[in-house]
Design a protein around this ligand. Structure first.
Ligand code: FAD
Ligand code: EPU
Length: 346
């Protein structure tokens, strides 16, 4: 097997790297078949949905499986709809489908790129809503013993851009094959996020929120089909109250979001912007000029290492000014699979 297939069109950063093969997989049986074959040949396996949250650092020395297990099953009772969704459904299409079937609730999560199977991994979120508010269970196929297990929401250990799937399971040993969602029937609009506050709560419909969010996202986020990127490169930092009070004293206009446990979420985009890095370019990598939390691949020519150099630069600048070390949200993929992003940035 040699590196012959380009991954450029399978990762939203548009990194021009190769893998031994790229395979669309439509069933659990096929997943197991590919995994066994790869293991027999001592090859690594990488599961991808849309490649919208990964940064390839070099050629991937193994096979890529694109999870395309389809299907949406809907049940309901008096209080909720229950959706069992194949991991290979496109997330945004699921949002559109649920609204078209009069099952409102997912509208704040419109236009998040990628597939349903990846949604629980970082507990996708936007505009004051996170997947965990809907997720009842995640079905996981364990390659090594061929068992399919179901993790309930508590077992998924959801947090801000976090879950058990991100840290605690070896990501070459399992595949998410389906996600169970519960959408409550007592719909109400969630408009507390700053950029939604201009909307009038009374009489607003789910479709109006959906359309507003789609337009807003299209205005501030770069379209990966045109500009390579993976959305927010860093997570928003969460700091303790003491540190927050000190920072606020020197930066009274700093936006923040109080957490239930007394800690405070700051906005990495604002911190980077305050370091005057919007539009900053290093080689073929740049900080997006409309949203400082997004790093972009200029003219589709950047390498993974160029993005990392820029990310390290940004991180150091923010740390110098605010004593906060930003942590990446994006997953870094090297020749054999995922590598520790934080370690690489140091
Ligand atoms: P991939 O990038 O293909 O995979 C991500 C990780 O999950 C990889 O480590 C991969 O190996 C693993 N993986 C994928 N599928 C499976 C599976 N079935 N089983 C096991 N492991 C798997 N995220 C948000 O939360 N909110 C946003 O508002 C948001 N906006 C974005 C805007 C843009 C323009 C872009 C490019 C990205 C944005 N993101 C956002 C990030 C991204 O959309 C999400 O992380 C999304 O869930 C990624 O889905 P994917 O299918 O592309 O995952
Ligand atoms: N800000 C600036 N300058 C910038 C960018 C942001 O000052 O260049 C300020 C904004 O004015 C605002 C605050 O920072 O006061 C927050 O900005 P925004 O509402 O754009 O959201 P964000 O924190 O940058 C987060 C998520 C996004 C999600 C949006 C909307 C993370 C890491 N990012 O971005 O998710 O779409 O909120 O809810 O939590 C992703 O994860 O890839 C992603 C795009």
């Amino acid at each position: 097997m040699s590196n012959i297939v380009t991954l450029k069109y399978f990762n939203s950063f548009a990194m021009n790297v190769c893998a031994h093969s790229i395979n669309k997989v439509y069933s659990e049986h096929e997943l197991l078949m590919y995994w066994k074959k790869a293991t027999e040949h001592d090859k690594s396996v990488l599961l991808l949905g849309g490649g919208c949250n990964v940064l390839f650092l070099e050629n991937f020395n193994g096979i890529v499986l694109l999870n395309r297990i389809k299907g949406v099953l809907v049940n309901e009772d008096d209080s909720a709809w229950y959706l069992h969704v194949g991991a290979g459904e496109i997330w945004h299409r699921l949002v559109v489908y649920s609204l078209s079937k009069n099952m409102p609730g997912l509208e704040n999560l419109a236009l998040i790129p990628g597939y349903v199977g990846a949604a629980p991994i970082q507990n996708i979120g936007a505009f004051g809503v996170e997947l965990q508010q809907f997720c009842e269970y995640v079905d996981v196929l364990q390659f090594y013993n061929e068992n399919r297990i179901r993790l309930n929401a508590t077992e998924c250990q959801f947090g801000y851009r976090d879950s058990i799937f991100k840290n605690k399971l070896d990501n070459q040993q399992y595949a998410i094959v389906a996600v169970g969602l519960k959408i409550n029937k007592n719909w109400y609009p969630i408009l507390r996020y700053k950029s939604l506050r201009s909307l009038n709560v009374s009489g607003i419909t789910p479709y109006q929120i959906f359309n507003f969010i789609c337009k807003l996202r299209q205005k501030i986020l770069p379209d990966p089909a045109i500009i390579g990127n993976a959305g927010s490169f860093f997570k928003n930092p969460i700091i303790d109250e003491n540190m927050f009070n000190t920072l606020l004293r020197y930066n009274p206009d700093m936006p923040y979001y109080l957490q239930r446990n007394g800690s405070v979420k700051l906005f990495a985009g604002w911190l980077i912007d305050r370091c005057h890095l919007k539009g900053y370019r290093l080689g073929n990598a740049a900080v997006y000029n409309k949203q400082a939390l997004i790093l972009i691949n200029c003219n589709q020519r950047a390498t993974g290492m160029e993005i990392i150099k820029l990310a390290s630069y940004v991180r150091n600048k923010v740390a110098d000014r605010f004593s906060i070390w930003l942590e990446p949200e994006v997953r870094f993929i090297a020749a054999q699979g995922e590598v520790d992003a934080l370690q690489l940035l140091q």
